[in-house]
Design a protein around this ligand. Sequence first.
Ligand SMILES: [Zn+2]
Length: 316
Amino acid sequence: MRMPSPRSRRTLGLGLAALLAPSMIAACGSATAARTTSAEGARTTAAAVTPRDSAGTTGSPSPASPSASIPGQRTAPPSTAAKSPSSAPATGSPTAAPSSAPASPSATPSPTGDGRSHQIVRWTAHGGRSVALTFDDGPGPATRPILDLLREYHAHATFCLVGNEVERDPAAVRRIVAEGHRLCDHTVDHPQPLHSRPHDRQVHEIADAKQSILRAAGPGAEVPWFRAPGGDFTAENEQIAADHGMTSLGWSVDPRDWAKPGAPAIVANVQQHLRPGGVVLMHDGGGDRSQTIEALKQLLPWLQAQGYTFDFPAGG
Ligand SMILES: [Zn+2]
């Protein structure tokens, strides 16, 4: 909605990186949870809880301070950024397990075969007092009610779509685009963990999902982002995404709606952890999302009252 090209403000967006410490809870996914029940959310397994995720899943205080830069982040926070980090963890995750995963790609750009580094975006395109709402695992039964709410509040969001679900409901994708929202590739079949799949399978998951989304969306559509199921980003899948013209998209706030903690808990989590320029992870697919819908009914007016504008993620 009436915002200039994200690319034109990319530098500013990147600046928020230093602030937006990753509270990447393994949202999108637990390595073992069935997609139909946990969508993004798995965060409940050790495999899914990487170091970047653990800050959010363990419920421990975030180690980041407002001025602390995240190793590997490219730029300093802009002056418009929040005075406190958005890295605050999601509220208690009783089932979260310690992670043995290697260094977080969110904190350290992943080395790539071509010598470039990739970075996982978890901040908005324009910074300032903006928020990027993202919805994963759809389209599903909750997609249309969520679109209705977004329209009611003149809000825009980014939908990280699962290819197989897109094939089942391409009309939902067309509506998403028609109403001004944007698209993100969330693999064909939401495999978890993605990194354990053979390279060719990962290419299929990422490349073919994008093609499904583009076909469904129609002429002129773009899929500028890729989000790994469960936040399972690796140098390998980030490279595959980059090769297909997509930026890896993380998040800074995971209200754990996938776990169905109750709408009030989802609302409170976002209200507690969101900082200007943040990216919020929620789900419109992967299971019963009635709590997410109820939470949005409160969060959307709250965000407006707090002076937030609805932005898209950086890198779009
Ligand atoms: Zn997911």
